[in-house]
Design a protein. Structure first.
Length: 311
């Protein structure tokens, strides 16, 4: 594939997991470049409906006319944490047949240097999913307290060298603002031990991930979206979530396990209050990309798909 082409990850398992009904109503909570949305729409008949959501204005602007001109399709600018209000305004709460979240950063976001997501391409240190709002990574690093930066690197990047990296960043910003991806990558690389620099993975990988998650509130967004998803699904409606790092996957796994478990005090009991019955049932085990898919799309290598069904 070309460097800026976005290939939908785990496409076949997602379509199977959604168990698409031709006249169903579906929501793609993370439109990206529309790969999953386009394939979902192909499987709907004239009575089917697809609502897609994304907070990145570039994603909205780049949506293909084959989708936006389709009367069955609606694309809304917003974040997945607004799911309940977006779907509620359309009076579709409890009527959704399938809901998809494809978490993380899209290929175009990574490949476009001016977005500042990747240390592989030098550009402004931005990292915002919505570059028209919020605080850029450069602004964040200019003002964050060192102790708070250590916490961010540990919590969101699981970075074992967080204190060394945070200290190096704070020392560097005293001399000049950290404004580009190359600057930040260089600072991190110099801060870590030599054995880390010798590893195959770039030493700034976890730092970039942590800062991106922090400034975009990605885990808070995910938590809100998961909590809201249950009440939007109709009975037997499916929830599919693709995650790309352990923090997201653990959240999704815990959420689905909790929502599919009976309250401890009622386990083994013949009856329980309806409001306490499990709201979800997990479907199968976690799904990962095949070696063939990873060979075609390297970004699929860390993808994890979990599926649950509304009871």
């Amino acid at each position: 594939m070309s460097s800026n082409e976005h290939v939908p990850v785990l496409l076949g398992p997602v379509l199977d997991g959604l168990d698409i009904k031709k006249d169903g109503c579906y929501v793609d909570g993370t439109f990206g470049r529309g790969g999953h949305s386009g394939e979902i729409l192909k499987r709907l008949n004239a009575n089917g409906r697809l609502i897609s959501i994304d907070r990145d204005p570039a994603a909205i602007a780049s949506a293909p006319k084959s989708l936006t001109d389709d009367p069955r399709f609606e694309l809304i600018r917003g974040c997945c944490a607004q799911l309940k209000s977006i779907i509620g305004e359309k009076e579709l709460s409890g009527k959704i047949d399938g809901l998809l979240f494809d978490l993380g950063v899209s290929s175009p976001q990574l490949d476009e240097a001016h977005r500042g997501f990747s240390f592989l391409r030098d550009g402004p240190l931005d990292m915002r999913m919505d570059p028209e709002s919020g605080t850029s990574a450069s602004e964040f690093l200019q003002h964050v307290e060192q102790k708070d930066l250590i916490r961010v690197l540990r919590q969101f990047g699981e970075e074992t060298h967080a204190p060394r990296i945070a200290r190096a960043i704070c020392d560097a910003r005293e001399k000049s603002p950290i404004e580009t991806t190359a600057q930040l990558a260089s600072i991190v690389e110099a801060a870590v031990p030599g054995k880390v620099r010798a590893q195959k993975r770039h030493p700034a990988t976890k730092t970039f991930q942590a800062i991106r998650i922090a400034i975009n509130g990605e885990l808070e967004q995910l938590e809100a979206a998961l909590d809201q998803s249950v009440d939007l699904l109709k009975q037997h409606g499916r929830l599919c979530v693709i995650s790309f790092h352990s923090l997201e996957d653990r959240m999704v796994k815990r959420f689905m396990r909790h929502a599919s478990s009976e309250p401890e005090q009622y386990r083994g009991m013949p009856t329980m209050p309806d409001e306490l019955r499990p709201k979800l049932a997990t479907v199968g085990k976690v799904i990962i990309a095949t070696p063939e898919e990873i060979q075609l799309n390297r970004r699929a290598r860390s993808a994890r798909l979990r599926i649950a069904e509304r009871t």
